[in-house]
Design a protein around this ligand. Structure first.
Ligand code: NAD
Length: 349
């Protein structure tokens, strides 16, 4: 399999293939760019259908982290790692320990955090073998403490980002009466929906996990719709908080919302869907700008946690998005393209 010539390889500084016979570890660590600092990004464990799929995924995701951290004004580079395997059946202490030793060998050029298929507990376990994991420290909240899971910060950043989009598109500061469709009520989506409810928004929700959906509907007093109905609702904001590639040839023509602003990563199936949204007069909050709360949270854990500093930094997502929206409007370009240009100005030397 070719690696250097893959289009996703674009400018990666280092890609490390790690294996350990005893534990069955097969993992890939990708460092895309470290101009601004050590590469930080999640460690995903997934039963990839092929090694090629795993390579493509890690390359694409690590590049995305460079843009996300630069945009959020963090002194971090972009990196990501993948462990090939089923997290439910193949994740063992020996495998995590072997992966942690591979991290340690990189001397901090890459720092791992939890992602799909890995948990705070996994990171805490790996911390016995390496200093280069994060998302593990309990943090103070209003009423107590929360775990190292960055989802609450992601949800708050997304809430702030929706406020920015509403201001830019609808000219309003208040979310009172705003109609929002939330796709996915998992860690981020549920927390976001709660904040929206408290701000007076009217909610429609969906999820493929029926129990989560029923529970969320009870807590939120939201209207429940089937997964395929969420796109065509007559709402102001569509907030994808489930999965990637959700803005595609099938879904974009259905949208009645004038704003797309949610936490999912890689929302645009292809860049041309960003152009399509612009043509339809729909304001798209670029995913990695609005969902940066989680990486900001992990960064603050590393520099010495101060709650006020974290909150201020997450609230900076408002200004970042406004900069993107204003420049996109002035230059008549899709917001995603403008976000990439701003991020590149911040990390390229
Ligand atoms: P999660 O797994 O807790 O929640 C996702 C929810 O979406 C689940 O309840 C799942 O059942 C549901 N879902 C899956 N497919 C669906 C579909 N087709 N229709 C409706 N619902 C569906 O994940 P999360 O941590 O809440 O993350 C949500 C999204 O935000 C993901 O794309 C993730 O990559 C992104 N994100 C999360 C964080 C974070 O801090 N957790 C940070 C940045 C980005």
């Amino acid at each position: 399999m070719a690696v250097f010539s893959l289009s996703d390889f674009a400018d990666h500084e280092q890609v490390v293939f790690c294996s350990d016979d005893k534990s069955g570890l097969k993992a890939i660590i990708a460092v895309h760019n470290s101009n601004l600092g050590p590469a930080l990004g999640g460690c995903r464990m997934w039963p990839y259908a092929s090694e090629e799929e795993a390579v493509r995924d890690v390359l694409r995701l690590s590049r995305g982290m460079t843009y996300k951290s630069a945009m959020a004004n963090l002194k971090l580079g972009g990196g990501k790692s993948v462990i090939i395997g089923n997290p439910r059946t193949e994740k063992t202490p020996a495998l995590l320990a072997a992966f942690a030793r591979a991290l340690e060998n990189l001397n901090g050029r890459y720092i791992a955090a939890e992602d799909s298929g890995t948990s705070v507990d996994d990171m805490k376990y790996m911390a016995q073998f390496t200093a280069h994991v994060s998302g593990i420290v309990d943090k103070p909240t209003d009423g107590g403490t929360r775990s190292g899971d960055p989802s609450p910060a992601t949800a708050y950043g997304t809430f702030v980002g929706i406020k920015a989009a509403v201001k830019a598109k609808l000219g309003r500061d208040s979310l009172d009466g705003l109609r929002v469709a939330v796709q996915g009520v998992g860690h981020v989506g549920l927390d976001l929906a709660q904040q929206l409810k408290e701000a007076g928004a009217k909610l429609w929700i969906t999820d493929i996990h029926r129990e989560s959906l029923a529970e969320a509907a009870k807590v939120l007093g939201a209207t429940v719709v089937a997964p395929e109905e969420i796109f065509g609702l007559d709402v102001d904001v569509f907030a994808p908080c489930a999965l990637g590639a959700i803005l595609n040839d099938q879904t974009v023509p259905q949208l009645k919302a004038s704003i797309v602003a949610g936490a999912s990563n890689n929302q645009l199936a292809e860049a041309r869907h960003g152009v399509e949204l612009m043509k339809r007069g729909i304001l798209y909050a670029p995913d990695y700008v609005i969902n940066a709360g989680g990486i900001i949270d992990v960064y603050h854990e590393r520099i010495g946690f101060d709650r006020a500093a974290l909150v201020g930094h997450v609230e900076g997502i408002y200004d970042n998005l406004m900069e993107v929206f204003e420049r996109a409007q002035k230059e008549a370009r899709p917001t995603g393209e403008v976000a990439d240009a701003i991020a590149e100005e911040r990390f390229m030397r």
